[in-house]
Write a protein that binds this ligand. Sequence first.
Ligand code: TXA
Ligand code: MG
Length: 326
Amino acid sequence: MDDAIAEAARCLRAGGLVAFPTETVYGLGADAANAAAIRRLYAVKGRPADHPSIVHLADAGDVHDGWVAHWPESAARLAEALWPGPLTVLVDAGPRAAPETLGGTATIALRVPDQPIARALIRAAGSGVAAPSANRFGRVSPTTASHVRADLGDEVDLILDGGPCPVGVESTIIDCRTDPPRLVRPGGVSEERLESILGTALTIGTDGDVRAPGTLPAHYAPDARVLLAPDLDAARAIEARGRVALLAPSHALPSVDEANAFAIVLDAGPDAATYAQRLYALLREADSQDADVLVAIPPSGGGLAAAIRDRLERAARGASHADERT
Ligand code: TXA
Ligand code: MG
C-alpha cells in the first residue's frame, strides 16, 4: 500500500485525479491549489463549476497553512474534539485554495478524515486534497472501490482500495462563520454531539448562500423510484407497479416464512450504524437487481439515524425532481 500511496501522491502533485477511501465514503481527489486539476475533477464528476468541494487535510494544524482566513473558536473546539473524523467545517477561506475549489465563494469547507490511507496520501501530496464523493453528480455515493470503478472507472487516474467505508454516510457539515454555528448537512457526527461540545444549540439548515449539492432536495438517488414508509404495514399498503424492493431495519423485515409482496428484500441490519454502513451499497443493489421501486423504512432515533433519514428523503425526491440534480 505504501508504494501505491506514494504513486497516488505523485499523481496528485502532477494534477491527476485519485479516488481514495475515507471513513465516510470514497472521495475523488485533486490538488485543491491546482485550478486545472479541479476543472478536470468537475468535468469527470459532471458537477457544476459553482459547487465547491471539501478540502481534506492531514492534520488540524494544517488549516493555518494558507487554507483559512480566520479560524473561529467554535471551529477550533470542534476540530480538537472530532478530528480526524466525519466532520466538515465551513469557515472564511485563506488564499491557498484555487477559486475553482471554492466554486467562486469566499468560504472553504475543511475536514481531516479518519482513515490512514487518506491521511498518508494527503500528507505525501503536500497540499490540501479537494474531494467530492467519487460518484457522478446527484447519484449514490460510493462506499467501496468497486462502486467507484463502476461509476468513474476509466476517467480517474488511480483508485486506492481501502475496503468498505466504516461510517457509510458523508460527513456532517457545520458552518462556523455564524454564532451559534449552523448545521448544514447531518452526517457521521450527530447534532447532539456537536451541541454538547459547543455547549449551545445549533441553527439548522442553509442560509441560502451556502451551495451544498448534498443539501439539494433531490440527491443520492438510485435508478429505482424511492418511496418511504414508516413501518412494514405502511410498506405493504403501497401499491406500486413493477419489481418492488424493500429496504428496512432487520426488526421491520417480513418474517422468512411469510409470503410477501416484495421481489427483493434488503436487510439494513440491527442498528443505525449498520444501516448507515450498508445504505449506499443496498441502494446500488436494488438497481443491480432491476428494482423499479424501492420502498424504504428509515431508522428511527437521533444520531446517525437522522443522517440516514436525510439521505433517504433526498433519494425519494430524486426520481420526481431529476432536473434538480444538475
Ligand atoms: O464525507 C464527506 O464529506 C465526503 C468525503 C469524501 O469526505 N465528501 C463529500 O463531498 O460528501 P461532496 O462534495 O459530495 O459533498 C460536500 C458538500 C457539498 O454539498 C458542497 O457543496 C459542500 O459540501 N461544500 C463544500 N465546500 C463548500 C463551501 N466552500 N461552501 C459551502 N459548501 C461547501
Ligand atoms: Mg456527494
